[in-house]
Design a protein around this ligand. Structure first.
Ligand code: HEC
Length: 104
C-alpha cells in the first residue's frame, strides 16, 4: 500500500505532465491580461484573496493550469465574464493560463 507521500508524488507528477512548461508565452499572456482582463480582475502578483471577481494571484493558488484554462474558455453559469473562447485562439488561452499560473 503506497504511503501518503507516494500518493502526493504521483498526483503532482500527473498535474505537471498536463502542463507543458515552456510552450506558453507568459509575456504575451500578461499583455492580453492587461488589455482584456484588468478592467474586472486584479491581475497583479500581489492580488488579494477573497475578492469578486477573484484576483489572478488567488486563482493561481486555488486552481491548476488546466482548470484555469477551462474557466477562461467556459466561465461559470450566469457569469458576466465574456465568452473568451469566441475571441481568443487556443494559443492565446494557453498564454493567459500560463500567466495566471506564474503568479502563484
Ligand atoms: C466583465 C468582467 C470580467 C472580465 C473582463 C474578465 N473576467 Fe474573469 N471573471 C469574472 C467574474 C465575475 C468571475 C467569477 C465568475 C466566474 O467564475 O465566471 C470570473 C472568473 C474568472 C476565472 C475563474 C476563477 C475561478 O474561480 O476559478 C478565470 C480563470 C478568469 N475569470 C479569467 C479571466 C481572464 C483570463 C480574463 C481576460 C481574458 C478575464 N477573466 C476577464 C469577470 C470578468
Amino acid at each position: 500500500m503506497p504511503g501518503r507521500m507516494d500518493f502526493f508524488a504521483v498526483v503532482s507528477a500527473m498535474t505537471l505532465s498536463t502542463f507543458p512548461v515552456g510552450a506558453q508565452d507568459v509575456g504575451n499572456g500578461s499583455e492580453l491580461a492587461k488589455e482584456h482582463c484588468l478592467r474586472c480582475h486584479d491581475i497583479s502578483v500581489d492580488g488579494k484573496m477573497k475578492t469578486m471577481p477573484p484576483s489572478f494571484a488567488s486563482i493561481a493558488v486555488f486552481r491548476d493550469y488546466d482548470q484555469i484554462r477551462m474557466r477562461i474558455m467556459f466561465p461559470a453559469m450566469h457569469s458576466i465574464m465574456p465568452a473568451w473562447s469566441q475571441m481568443f485562439s487556443n494559443t492565446e488561452v494557453d498564454d493567459l493560463a500560463a500567466y495566471i499560473v506564474s503568479l502563484e
